[in-house]
Design a protein around this ligand. Structure first.
Ligand code: FEO
Length: 174
């Protein structure tokens, strides 16, 4: 059985993951209408991943005797100055998510809820990967600057990255 305090903290994280999914969905739409298909695919995939992060938490809360809360969500930003700005926001958003996960881990430790503490380790590892990837992308975009040709190749790279990641997931499931 989950302590009320833990249930509340997990529900807050459910909302953050749901909002993250919306943030990336909005980025996918913006990239798509700018004609950057690779970036759009990457963002649609990120959005799907955040939804999976949310669902994993929902299942956990319900399985442990709590009640996962499905709430209204903050509307995401719908337009960006350029791609560097958009990916910088993605990176900042992941830092915010990592901070939130860390606080959550801290609460489980304080309350001696070692089962939830253990469950959250998956999120701790995931955040390390997400932060690293976002930082790499921002660094790449800094190098490209305003070069249109560079952006074209960047878009192709993002498409290749997304296809490879999707294939790796499919192989894992098979
Ligand atoms: Fe679910 Fe990107 O954090």
């Amino acid at each position: 059985m989950l302590l009320k305090k833990i249930e509340t903290a997990l529900n807050k994280q459910i909302r953050i993951e749901a909002e993250s999914s919306q943030v990336y969905l909005s980025m996918a739409c913006w990239a798509e209408i700018q004609g950057l298909e690779g970036v759009a695919q990457f963002m649609y995939r990120q959005s799907d991943e955040e939804r999976l992060h949310m669902l994993k938490l929902i299942k956990y809360v319900n399985e442990r005797g709590g009640h996962a809360a499905i709430t209204d969500l903050k509307a995401p930003k719908t337009a960006f100055g350029n791609f560097k700005e958009m990916f910088t926001e993605l990176y900042q958003h992941e830092l915010f998510v990592s901070d939130s996960i860390n606080q959550l881990v801290h609460v489980t430790f304080d309350e001696k809820d070692y089962a939830t503490h253990n469950f959250l380790q998956w999120y701790v590892a995931e955040q390390i990967e997400e932060e690293a990837l976002a930082r790499q992308i921002v660094d790449k975009l800094k190098l490209i600057g305003d070069d249109k040709g560079g952006l074209y190749f960047f878009d192709r790279d993002m498409q290749a990255l997304t296809t490879a990641a999707t294939k790796a997931d499919t192989d894992k499931e098979a």
